[in-house]
Design a binder for this molecule. Sequence first.
Ligand code: CP
Length: 361
Amino acid sequence: MKHLIDIRDLSVEELDFLMDTAIDIKNNPEKYSEKCKGKKLATLFFEPSTRTRLSFEAAMYELGGNVLGFSEAASSSSSKGESVADTARIVGCYADIIAMRHPKEGAPLVASAKAGIPVINAGDGGHNHPTQTLADILTIRIKKGGFDNLTVGFCGDLKYGRTVHSLIAALSRYKNVKLVLISPEELRVPKYVIKDIINGNNMEYVETADLEEAIPSLDILYMTRIQRERFDSKDSYERLKDSYVLKRSKLENAKKDLCILHPLPRVNEISVDVDDDERACYFEQALNGKYMRMALILKLLEEESLNSTQSVNEDLIYTIKCKNPRCITSVEQELPHIFRLTDKANGICRCIYCESKEKNT
Ligand code: CP
């Protein structure tokens, strides 16, 4: 692991190691308080954030390191037209590790190729959010003791909810995890997630629009916000924004040990009357994010000092153009369009940045 771009960059053993380290940090913070002395984290946030950016910054300070960066694209030279690749190359001269959030899918992957230092994806458009997944899985492990045989409900915007895609990918590593995907028709999990991750790992799943019917079967309920900033049409957002509101009264038939998660921010999809229910774990989940980010920074800096490299052994294709308007290649014209051959028999390829599908003819 040289960078963390996709949760699938981490093996189950590495996930276990990060969770064990995070728990040790939580219990023995003084042991870690100088581990990153003299090191600098750059937080490059081209999109708004409260939890992710501030927990990364708190994480680095609590490890004895320092932080530099920006919290909006407007205060960086990207507002003058500087590319992600050039930004990453420059920041690589000033910092030891980067956490990047960007509205375009694949931007952190571009940065990782140019920075010369470890890059962490802190959210790329509607695509992935692997460090949120680290917070999610630590919370599930603490509450449930493990992952095998859990029934996990995801509710809300499963199309644009990048945290959903990353958490499904992490859960696909464990035995007999069942998914209940609760969303309006228009906001279902993208087809590539169903095909490559859910079907690709023989996960059992159902899709439904009915939250109340699903609740009694769930061990975990992962609520999500309808992602206003990803919609092309304001009307569609207005129509869908109140699709689900979890109220305390709806938990009457839920399991007594249900664990309710939400990556936050919430808008109104979890009523505040749920906050005092002992099954509400979303604030603890946000705190766990800081410990997991501490563990991740330590691991990446340690591996960097050992000069490890990430192996690339896929079949790459350079002759196809990505048509996804949300892909980083749609705005950075000089980037090579690169596809990975994922289904050799049918010639199916995926863009390495955003995972859009094309056929190699
Ligand atoms: N969960 C999450 O990514 O929150 P922020 O957008 O506040 O970072």
